[in-house]
Design a protein around this ligand. Structure first.
Ligand code: NAG
Ligand code: NAG
Ligand code: NAG
Length: 319
């Protein structure tokens, strides 16, 4: 009995541990669209881009920044603007971005900073797009409050084009495989991706800030995702809705299976204990009967009266 109880409690512990281990994964699947590493990168690049500003930066002039050595390969630049002049005059061009008049910013700030990113060979690390290959690096354009140039961890302002779209001129891109169609990919700040048609001259149009590139469907079928290495910056924004849905369904049904197993275990243990107790009662009853028989032998008749009720015990307990 003792051994059984020990085994049982360790099994329960294991089931609970497995459940606790899986639960955060299930939760993160629901609540964050795997864009965390990309968002952390945005915060780092905002900080380093602001460091490029000299003491009194001129408005409308791009200042190229330097990234920390562990991000070598990424280019950044920052430009400070008055939001009024951004709206009335636009910026033409800021690196690959041609920013027309009519750009609006929310909430209102007097000065803002546009941060430009070219993720270079880090594009697929932070913006993986299974089933597609990149024909150009991922370029980012993000807007921040430009009042305090030593600020860190700034939230992005809302930025949208109210007159005409922003043009992103990628210039030379990798050659498009024969029979494939190149498309513009736009990642918003939540990691959602939207594919739109490519404009002539390898340009993409955007009405909001975010990250942009040109992609084409990869010729071979998408390989199954390898398990993520524990330390490496996790590849981000796998935004295929279907696969997310199926993974979620898989995890939930896994949870249900674990739960059912747990219930079955509890049931087994309960039945085991019940049978054990019954056997003890039976043994006690047998002993009692033997005792009574002896007493009957000694002519103490009344004790023999209720001994025959014992065989019903099993039926009573089984109900
Ligand atoms: C990108 O290239 C630089 C050298 O130019 C290298 O240090 C860095 O590790 C590369 N990054 C990736 C993700 O391959
Ligand atoms: C912009 O930054 C300045 C200085 O830190 C602050 O006073 C102001 O409230 C900020 N504006 C917004 C809209 O966050
Ligand atoms: C993608 O962009 C098109 C055109 O702007 C828009 O109609 C569509 O709603 C967008 N889809 C998503 C998921 O954002």
């Amino acid at each position: 009995m003792h051994l059984m109880r020990l085994q049982f409690s360790s099994i329960v512990k294991h089931v609970l541990l497995i459940w606790l281990f899986w639960w955060p994964i299930i939760e993160s699947q629901i609540s964050n669209p795997q864009s965390k590493p990309a968002r952390a990168l945005d915060a780092t690049l905002q900080d380093y881009a602001y460091r490029a500003f000299v003491h009194h930066p001129r408005t409308g002039i791009p200042y190229d920044g330097t990234v920390p050595s562990y991000l070598t390969g990424i280019e950044i630049s920052a430009m400070r603007l008055r939001s009024g002049s951004l709206f009335h005059r636009g910026v033409e061009p800021f690196k690959e971005f041609k920013i027309p008049v009519g750009l609006q910013v929310q909430p209102y700030v007097e000065r803002l900073v546009l941060v430009f990113q070219n993720l270079g060979n880090w594009s697929t690390t932070y913006y993986s797009l299974p089933g597609y290959v990149y024909l150009a690096p991922v370029l980012g354009l993000l807007a921040y409050n430009g009042s305090d140039l030593s600020a860190r961890n700034l939230p992005e302002l809302d930025l949208w084009a109210s007159h005409e779209a922003i043009t992103i001129d990628f210039g030379r891109i990798s050659s498009i495989p024969i029979g494939s169609v190149a498309k513009c990919a736009w990642f918003d700040l939540h990691g959602q991706v939207n594919l739109t048609a490519l404009e002539s001259g390898n340009a993409c149009l955007a009405t909001e800030q975010g990250h942009f590139s040109i992609v084409t469907e990869s010729a071979d079928a998408p390989e199954p995702e390898p398990p993520a290495p524990p330390e490496a910056p996790a590849p981000s924004s796998r935004t295929n809705d279907d696969s997310k849905k199926w993974r979620f369904v898989g995890l939930v049904s896994g949870g249900i299976v674990l739960f059912v197993l747990l219930v079955l275990l509890i049931l087994c243990a309960w039945r085991y204990r019940r049978r054990k107790r019954m056997r003890e009662l039976e043994r006690a009853a047998d002993a009692g009967e033997a005792l009574r028989m002896r007493r009957v032998g000694n002519m103490t008749a009344p004790f023999a009266m209720d001994t025959r009720t014992m065989p019903n015990l099993e039926d009573i307990l089984a109900t």
